[in-house]
Design a protein. Structure first.
Ligand code: NAD
Length: 427
């Protein structure tokens, strides 16, 4: 495709009807992908054994997860095609559908509190914790120098030490003095960076206070790295006031009942973790941070909030800590993660973070809308029926036919898929 024909809009109609190689072409043209990235996307099992063997211990194989592209996303005025790695059906479609319904009203707008991570140093056996806390706080300049000397590359990129906090935490094992070093890790997720600083600093803290340091590790409750996204869905776009009000009721249920909130937030993480995984970032770090943040008031609550605007439209917002990077960990070494990041065209870790937050909000919109109207199963079942057909042993055209039959019979389960396949083959 020539430059002037490159589609710069994320609204690619009929994308799902294209063959896989045609989709790769469209995405590559949209993002202007280099040939090596384009080739990498076309490899179904795309990680070299030698590389995999060096990424983790005792490697025996790899497991491939499908990567889909969410269309229709517009984030801070820019159209983006978003790669999502997930084994669950309906997740990619849910994001594209939600994004389509708010595209005309501007898509998603985002903001961030910063790119600062916290590392904790635990100090024990302190008879006078109040005094120890002040002893540490008095050393702020020295601490800044020690931390920054650990990572001249980061400091050269404008990152490094930013702040010092010392907290007293009462536990059944006594009062502990917990030092937080706050470090701007820029385009890195930052775990290794801040862990190194905490380990380097700990002996000094022990010496200054006369106590014993134990754990030295980052906190995944990255509340200095909070991202927010918001979007407005017009009442017309979502199907009227009844749908809107039902969605508000669904949200209130989640925000006030932890049993519901857990599932509501799981849906949000369906979207968020899929992009985190596709980009080679640490899904567990993001998930633990999100859930800890959801419980920060002492009650586990919704990560999103929903309200009706003065004009009667539906406004949604999401806010959560999101520690992802463009360098470090697997991000720079996994060739598929690099190719997928190239599709996103994120220049900074903050760009990536903002897109991921928008995906979380979009996912939540679709899940709540489905639950509050027709129920989740209808949309879910078409692909689920195909998975059951595969599991029953269907191949080629049999897959679609078996799925169609069990949906028509309204018995979408493994036994029905087996029977439908046997009948089909018997014909
Ligand atoms: P890293 O140490 O591999 O890379 C970060 C370093 O890259 C920085 O310290 C800096 O020196 C350098 N760098 C180069 N260009 C940079 C730029 N533009 N911006 C910032 N730094 C730049 O990785 P990391 O991000 O410190 O750590 C991430 C890894 O740590 C992930 O693999 C994660 O799974 C793992 N990890 C996580 C936890 C946890 O979440 N609890 C704990 C330990 C390790």
């Amino acid at each position: 495709m020539t430059e002037d024909k490159i589609p710069r809009t994320s609204r690619i109609s009929g994308f799902h009807k294209l063959a896989v190689d045609e989709r790769i072409e469209q995405v590559a043209a949209f993002a202007g992908l280099a040939d090596d990235h384009r080739r990498q996307l076309a490899l179904p099992s795309n990680i070299d054994t030698h590389l995999a063997d060096h990424m983790i211990e005792n490697m025996v194989t790899t497991i491939a997860i499908p990567v889909g592209i969410a269309t229709n996303m517009r984030v801070d005025g820019r159209d983006v095609l978003v790669p999502m790695a997930t084994e669950e059906s309906s997740v990619v479609a849910a994001v594209g559908n939600a994004a389509r319904q708010c595209y005309e009203s501007g898509g998603f707008a985002t903001s961030m509190s910063g790119t600062e991570m916290i590392a904790q140093i635990q100090l024990l056996d302190i008879p006078d914790p109040v005094r120890a806390r002040l002893l540490v706080l008095e050393r702020r300049e020295e601490i800044e120098n020690i931390c920054n000397a650990c990572d001249p590359v980061l400091v050269g990129l404008g990152g490094g030490f930013r702040d010092l906090e010392v907290r007293l935490v009462d536990t059944p094992a006594g009062r502990m003095v917990i030092t937080h070093i706050v470090v701007d890790t820029r385009d890195a997720m930052g775990a290794n960076a801040v862990n190194s600083m905490a380990e380097r600093l700990a002996p000094d803290i022990a010496a200054w206070t006369g106590g014993r340091t134990l754990l030295r590790i980052l906190s995944n409750l990255a509340d200095r790295r909070v991202v927010r996204a918001r979007a407005t869905w017009t009442c017309d776009a979502i199907g009227g006031t009844r749908v809107r009000d039902a969605m508000i009721d669904a949200y209130q249920f989640a925000d006030n009942d932890p049993y519901r909130a857990a599932t509501h937030n799981k849906g949000i993480m369906n979207g968020i973790s899929a992009v985190v995984l596709a980009t080679g970032n640490d899904t567990r770090a993001v998930e633990s941070g999100a859930h800890a943040f959801a419980a920060r008031t002492g009650r586990y609550r919704s990560l999103t909030s929903w309200e009706v605007t003065a004009g009667g439209d539906l406004a949604g917002a999401i806010e959560l800590p999101l520690a992802v990077g463009l360098v470090g960990g697997a991000v720079k070494i996994h060739p598929t993660a690099r190719a997928l990041l190239a599709i996103l065209q994120a220049e900074t870790a903050s760009d990536l973070t903002r897109i991921i937050a928008a995906v979380g909000l979009a996912q939540n919109f679709s899940a709540m809308k489905a639950l509050a109207t027709e129920g989740i199963q209808r949309g879910h079942m078409a692909l689920h029926a195909q998975n059951l057909a595969f599991a029953a042993g269907a191949v080629g055209n049999e897959v679609g036919e078996v799925a169609r039959r069990i949906i028509a019979q309204r018995s979408i389960n493994e036994a029905a898929a087996g029977t439908a396949l046997a009948e089909l083959r018997g014909q």
